[in-house]
Design a binder for this molecule. Structure first.
Ligand code: NDP
Length: 475
């Protein structure tokens, strides 16, 4: 809808094709990319080491009770060789390959073949066919929003199996965790490589492809903006929002089941991790239509960063707290547990309200109330690849007046709560907050770089009005 409105305004004001003077000052949105040495070094580092980092974390739990230092000490002191660790690592199995193929196929079927019915009976839920934002080439894609339904069906089947059918044990995910890691890697690399080839030879929309001329950059950050197969199979929405995120809550449930099997109880820390992360996942699916307007879908191209990241990084590293608690069951005192719950809920509230305020503001084109008042904003304009001039608004009210990315601040508070639920014995569960801080700070900078090139001097007016990024008066 917002995309439509933006387009309508552009037409109404009859400013088409008057962009030449504007281009000079604000670059061409979505295409002004140079691969600097720092980006290239980071990309090469990630391509080489990200799979090893994931392996190291998971292996540490499997062989060293989640200690991150012991494997290194063993190797440095010559106590063990790399081959000793590798030889103890479970390999790919037919069983894991079967489970994984079935899982991905099932999610494809739910995504492609079952149109959304949730929006027909859930008040307030936006599902079914929805429009994304305007792409740099001026395209508005349509998406089948049925993630909530996929999540519900999957979880109903999971609970039906655990309670009645007993076709497989709920610990199945934990029991095959490392063999499944190899399957996830195979899919992650396969889909990223396919996306690269597709970008060169049969792109869905050639005008929305971005070639930087650097092979590694293109492989990592993607060439195609919205690769699709057929009318509805959208790579970005599927890989971002299905196999990994639907699995997130199942993985946590499987870890809880393993705790129950090993210790005959599920600790309150495990329940907290399941509840807080479950809320985050459910929020994602409830707001899937809103998600079409986030950076992942609106601005990122589809390459290894999203393809491999969604298949491997997300399900394996976002679930480290639950995995850790299988090896170290932590029973928190009531005050500690309540403190964490409060921090998690407050973080969630800030995250959701900030996102909601922007969504409401953009959907109504500023004709709404934020904290009981008409929102204040800065009018801005930008130019798409085909030369059309568009108008937009940057809100300076509500949480968006406190900081330019207060939604990230809420997200970070929630992330910290998951980590704190695991106590203070090991650093492994704290990886998530460290990673999220780096990810979201980098995202802030990346987004602002893009917005600056998109809005030019209007963006500078906005940053003068809202000078802080994450924390008022601090950063
Ligand atoms: P935002 O939702 O903050 O979107 C940024 C975009 O919003 C900008 O590019 C700009 O787009 C527009 N915008 C910026 N400032 C304003 C303003 N003042 N008024 C109106 N519009 C504005 O970022 P993300 O897409 O990164 O994040 C969405 C959520 O997802 C966040 O809450 C984040 O925490 C979460 N997230 C979680 C991750 C995880 O792994 N758990 C990873 C990434 C995000 P435009 O071009 O339209 O002007």
């Amino acid at each position: 809808m917002a995309a439509h409105q933006e387009k309508k305004f552009a037409q109404e004001r009859k400013h088409k094709n008057i962009q030449n003077d504007t281009k000079a000052s604000q670059g061409q949105w979505g295409r002004a990319w140079e691969v600097d040495w720092f980006s290239l070094a980071s990309i090469l580092f990630l391509l080489m080491f990200a799979p090893l980092i994931v392996y190291y974390f998971i292996m540490s739990c499997d062989q060293y009770q989640c200690s991150l230092t012991d494997p290194l000490l063993d190797l440095l002191t010559g106590n063990k060789h790399l081959s000793d660790i590798w030889n103890k690592t479970p390999m790919l199995t037919y069983r894991a390959a079967g489970i994984y193929s079935l899982w991905v196929t099932f999610q494809v079927v739910l995504y492609v073949f079952i149109p959304d019915f949730c929006h027909k009976f859930l008040p307030g839920y936006v599902g079914g066919v929805q429009e994304g934002a305007v792409t740099p080439a001026g395209v508005v894609n349509k998406y089948q929003i049925n993630g909530l339904q996929a999540w519900i069906i999957t979880h109903v089947l999971w609970f039906a199996n655990a309670s009645f059918f007993h076709f497989f044990s709920p610990t199945i995910i934990f029991d095959n965790w490392i063999p499944l890691l190899w399957c996830a890697n195979i899919l992650g690399y396969a889909v990223s490589t396919f996306a690269m080839i597709k970008g060169y030879f049969f792109p869905t929309n050639a005008k929305d492809c971005k070639f930087t001329g650097n092979f590694f950059y293109d492989y990592m950050m993607g060439i195609e903006f919205n690769p699709r197969i057929g009318k509805w199979f959208d790579f970005k929405l599927f890989f971002n929002g299905r196999p990994g995120i639907v699995a997130w809550t199942l993985i946590n449930l499987s870890f809880a089941a393993k705790q129950q099997e090993l210790y005959a109880e599920v600790t309150n820390s495990m329940i907290l991790v399941n509840v807080l992360q479950g809320l985050y996942v459910l929020d994602f699916f409830w707001n899937e239509a809103w998600y079409l307007k986030t950076i992942d879908i609106c601005h990122d191209h589809f390459g290894w960063y999203l393809g491999w990241g969604d298949c491997v990084w997300l399900p394996y590293l976002y679930t480290l707290q639950g995995l850790y608690l299988v090896y170290h069951p932590v029973q928190l005192c009531t005050a500690h547990a309540i403190g964490i719950l409060m921090l998690g809920l407050l973080g969630y509230y800030i995250f959701r309200m900030t996102n909601h305020q922007k969504d409401l503001f953009r959907r109504t084109n500023g004709n709404c109330r934020i904290w009981g008042k008409k929102p204040e904003y800065i009018e801005c304009s930008y130019v798409s690849v085909d030369g059309t001039k568009y108008y937009s608004k940057l809100m300076t009210s509500g949480f968006w007046g406190w900081a330019r990315h207060f939604n990230y601040t809420g997200d970070l508070m929630g992330s910290l709560a998951y980590c704190l639920a695991c106590g203070f014995e090991h650093i492994l569960p704290y990886f998530y907050i460290v990673y999220m801080t780096i990810l979201l700070t980098h995202r802030c900078i990346r987004d602002e770089h893009r917005c600056c090139s998109k809005y030019g001097k209007d963006w500078k007016r906005y940053t003068a009005a809202v000078p802080y990024r994450l924390l008022p008066r601090i950063f």
